[in-house]
Design a protein around this ligand. Structure first.
Ligand SMILES: [Zn+2]
Ligand SMILES: [Zn+2]
Length: 634
């Protein structure tokens, strides 16, 4: 019986809400309002009581050493409750309720970015405002005096922000709401800009907040809402946040105005119900009743994102460069000015023109061989500003190259990390992986899966699992296309790796092609693997740029292999004065003999190779030069 009732919960809830809200308001009689609410809750209580063995979150003691620890524990507990109550909807509910996006697959986040709805996934301050408004309405309906209702709503909202672990956007929103409520209680009008500014002060307390994308989106979005007044609110908010989304996700959603117009009311409706379900989590079945009630709304929200993203041309790629960032900032500023100005046409035109200019793509693909000391970290950047990382540099006591070099490098240039490719599990290659995977959440992790790696390797696998990153074993012949760059794996073959002792010989071999230009990345492959490649893929080895194997050691780069690759440019990633004596003089000599320009990261620092698909340009330090194409060997 209980199960049946819970099953029909969604429909019952719709009817009860209509009854409890519409009927009393139609009759305009206080008792009936209360009757309606009472009806709604008692129905829920009956369902809860009659439901068999309701699952419930286990109680934990609140013993905590630090306030931050307490907050995290509360949030983790809320997360577990959400998993139990919401089932398949849990990833979306986690994002919307406690600003936890870890369970949202990268693919889905991608879809929301294309649809222009990704700002709704990072708990926008709007959610907190919706909940505050819903609480106030609830207290008013319960005939509480106005002041008490206002205060009650504020306290409840504060509690909510604590329960979700006080993510910066929610904190910002709560501060702004607090100011607005105090001004209403004191009956002194306050400028909404003042309230907005006070809300935006969170970084004064926690400076790191300034770097939080959720916080940035929330401040910008709220700025747009204040500027827009009541007119076209969600549209203006999405236009003003568009440049920031373009910077972070490398695309500008064209369909965003439409998708936002449809999705905004749905999320506004869903939010209070989600909240109620979380609040009632200890009551098991009642919480599930609300969770099922909200299911159609979440389904509709996801469906809108899916449909909007499937429209051809839903989003255009934006290359995230410094000029693009300036254009974006200018666009956002101009759009806000257009909203508050009495003569909005000029700033509006400037804003739209800047957005238009951002779309211009460079049409260039770049390979960045980072200077990470003794180790490898190579970044490929598509002309849409997306990145693929091959190896993540070394780790050392208390630090790693992922955190110290790779992450700042990507963040300075903007754009998302599409994939991580690990050549092999030695610490000088996998050391920085866990940091990068955790911070950048690429869609996939490609790995040669050579058993028995370092601690850093296990850490990277754990990070991938925690962040919901797809893990794939590399198979020779596998190929993917990322923004016009085709990436093909040539090795290792699983039959080849069986019985191998040395991870170097099971290095992932990848060839990236853009137009006519080819980059070959060979990890730490040594002679035995080179011979295997010559035997199986000789015709595919030809490349304009070679990341030289095993830091230029004499155990790699055999003459036969170099003859097959015949690179114009050879880049050696190596630490200055390393204890292994890399690179070997013989290898340097051989590379020159085959006509390759040799660049070493210990001498040149980070090396950037740029191509339009036909020409190759090199940038190292202050210098930039074109590579003369040697056609004799091709
Ligand atoms: Zn190495
Ligand atoms: Zn190695």
């Amino acid at each position: 019986m209980g199960g049946l009732l819970v099953g029909f919960g969604g429909f019952a809830w719709v009817g009860l809400t209509v009854a409890s809200v519409l009927v009393p308001f139609a009759l305009r009689r206080a008792q009936d309002e209360r009757t309606g609410l009472l009806l709604m809750f008692s129905a829920a209580a009956i369902i809860g009581a009659s439901s068999p063995a309701s699952p419930r979150a286990t109680a934990h003691s609140f013993a905590a050493r630090t306030p931050v620890g307490t907050l995290e524990r509360i949030r983790a507990r809320a997360g577990r409750s959400i998993d139990i109550i919401f089932g398949d909807d849990a990833p979306l509910a986690r994002a919307l309720l406690i600003a936890d996006q870890r369970q949202i697959p990268a693919e889905m986040r991608d879809r929301y970015a294309t649809a222009g709805l990704v700002h709704m996934l990072s708990i926008s301050g709007l959610h907190v405002a919706v909940i505050a408004a819903a609480m106030e309405l609830l207290f008013q309906v319960a005939r509480m005096p106005r002041r008490v209702a206002l205060l009650g709503a504020f306290v409840a909202t504060g509690l909510y922000v604590m329960v979700i672990g006080a993510p910066p956007p929610a904190l910002r929103s709560a501060a702004m709401l607090g100011v607005a409520m105090i001004s209403r209680l004191a009956q002194r009008p306050t400028s909404p800009w003042a309230a907005w500014a006070i809300g935006a002060f969170v970084p004064l307390l926690v400076p790191r907040t300034a770097l939080d994308v959720g916080y940035q989106l929330s401040v910008l979005g709220m700025c747009a809402l204040v500027a827009a007044g009541s007119l076209w609110r969600s549209l203006v908010a999405c236009a003003v946040t568009a440049p920031l989304v373009a910077w972070v996700f490398g695309r500008l959603s064209i369909i965003a105005p439409l998708s936002n117009l449809i999705a905004a009311p749905i999320v506004t409706l869903a939010q209070p119900v989600l909240f109620l379900a979380l609040l009632l989590a200890p009551l098991g079945a009642i919480a599930q009743f609300f969770a099922q009630a909200v299911h159609p709304l979440l389904f509709a929200f996801d469906w809108i994102a899916w449909s909007a993203a499937s429209v051809p041309g839903a989003a255009v790629a934006v290359t995230t460069t410094i000029p693009a960032a300036f254009l974006g900032a200018l666009a956002a500023g101009a759009l806000v000015v257009a909203c508050v100005s009495r003569f909005p046409s000029r700033p509006a035109i400037v804003g739209v023109a800047c957005l238009g200019l951002m779309i211009a793509r460079s049409g260039e693909v770049e390979l960045h061989v980072l200077d990470v000391g003794q180790g490898d970290a190579v970044l490929l950047r598509t002309d849409a500003g997306r990145w693929v990382l091959f190896d993540a540099g070394p780790a050392w006591r208390g630090g790693d190259a992922g955190r110290s070099t790779v992450l700042p490098y990507i963040l300075r240039r903007g754009g998302t990390l599409e994939a991580f490719v690990l050549s092999h599990p030695h610490t000088d290659h996998v050391g920085g992986a866990a940091s990068v995977l955790t911070a950048m959440r690429p869609r996939v992790y490609w790995d040669a899966a050579f058993a028995g790696g370092s601690d850093a390797y296990s850490l990277s696998l754990t990070a991938a699992r925690n962040q919901g990153i797809e893990w794939h074993r590399v198979h020779p012949g596998d190929s993917v296309l990322i923004d016009g760059v085709s990436l093909t794996f040539l090795a290792p073959d699983s039959a080849w790796t069986v019985g191998l002792k040395d991870p170097n010989l099971a290095s992932t071999i990848a060839i990236a092609r853009f137009g006519l230009v080819r980059f070959l990345l060979v990890g730490d492959a040594e002679r035995a693997e080179e011979d295997w490649l010559l035997e199986h893929h000789r015709d595919e080895l030809r490349a304009d740029v070679l990341k030289v194997g095993h830091h230029g050691s004499s155990t790699s780069s055999s003459d036969a292999f170099l003859a097959a690759v015949h690179p114009d440019v050879a880049i050696i990633s190596v630490g200055a004065g390393n204890k292994y004596g890399h690179p070997s003089l013989d290898v340097l000599r051989a590379l020159s003999q085959f006509g390759a320009q040799v660049l070493r990261t210990d001498e040149a620092g980070t090396v950037i190779v740029r191509t339009d698909g036909a020409h190759v340009e090199i940038e190292a330090g202050e210098d930039k030069w074109q590579v003369a194409h040697d056609s004799s060997g091709h």
